[in-house]
Design a binder for this molecule. Structure first.
Ligand SMILES: [Fe+2]
Length: 243
């Protein structure tokens, strides 16, 4: 039955979502100027992401597929690691379809549409990161459920695709989605007192993933190519872990 009040509430909620997107987009693009890895701004431009409107996930998926063969899979809520990596192994990236409400503008306790679309999708157009994620997911799937190796691979994902930094022309640049999509995390990360040790695969694999609001440290790749190189190194290490 037609209900004018419900229709009005739905329209208000949709307008609110668009406003949250626009405000987050403006804040993050300003903050990320000369702080994000160049692949991020190139990805934003190729995808045609803009402040004026929340993009259509299907159209974005088609663009990403043209570039790196990945697709976007709309989901209602974030996945647990096993289901998450199962999707990544098929070169599909889950996108939470809800954006945070205005009262959680500054901090979303779990990934939302802004984190996934703005933080992850531009980087999926980078072949190095796209192939790294696929290799990581295949490695995860090959390990026994609840094994220490799976926890280590989750840590590797966490400290790269979510909270990774890379040296670019002598400067730290952000490429992890948890950084790219969060003003608070960026400020915490670039703070002179926050440790940013050089990326070392063995160290990262054995660094526990914590549920704290901000990370205690951020690992910095000396060069972007090291992400690709560490896949081979990883294969050797996993053989040791499994033995
Ligand atoms: Fe994420």
């Amino acid at each position: 039955m037609f209900n004018k009040a419900n229709l009005s509430n739905t329209a208000n909620a949709a307008n609110q979502d668009q406003l949250v997107w626009k405000m987050l987009f403006d804040r993050q693009t300003a903050l990320l100027h000369r702080r994000a890895v160049p692949a991020f701004s190139q990805g934003l431009a190729r995808l045609g992401l803009r402040r004026e409107a929340i993009p259509d996930i299907g159209q974005l998926s088609a663009t990403v597929r043209e570039h790196t063969g990945w697709q976007l899979a709309p989901v209602g809520r974030p996945f647990e690691p096993a289901a998450f990596f199962e999707l990544l192994a098929e070169r599909k990236f889950p996108i939470v379809t809800r954006i945070r409400p205005m009262h959680r503008f500054d901090f979303s306790p779990e990934p939302d549409l802004f984190h996934d679309l703005f933080g992850h999708v531009p980087m999926l157009l980078d072949e190095g990161l796209a192939d790294f994620l696929h290799a990581l997911a295949l490695a995860y799937r090959a390990q026994p459920a609840n094994s220490p190796a799976r926890e280590q691979l989750w840590a590797l994902y966490f400290f790269t695709a979510e909270f990774g930094l890379v040296q670019h022309e002598g400067q730290p640049r952000l490429y992890g989605a948890g950084l790219l999509s969060s003003a608070g995390e960026i400020h915490h990360c670039v703070n002179e007192y926050t440790p940013r040790p050089a990326f070392d695969l063995a160290t990262v694999l054995h660094t526990p993933v914590t549920g704290t609001r901000y990370q205690n440290q951020y690992f910095m790749l000396p060069a972007w190519e090291q992400l690709t190189d560490c896949v081979e190194e990883l294969a050797g290490m996993l053989a040791v872990v499994r033995a």
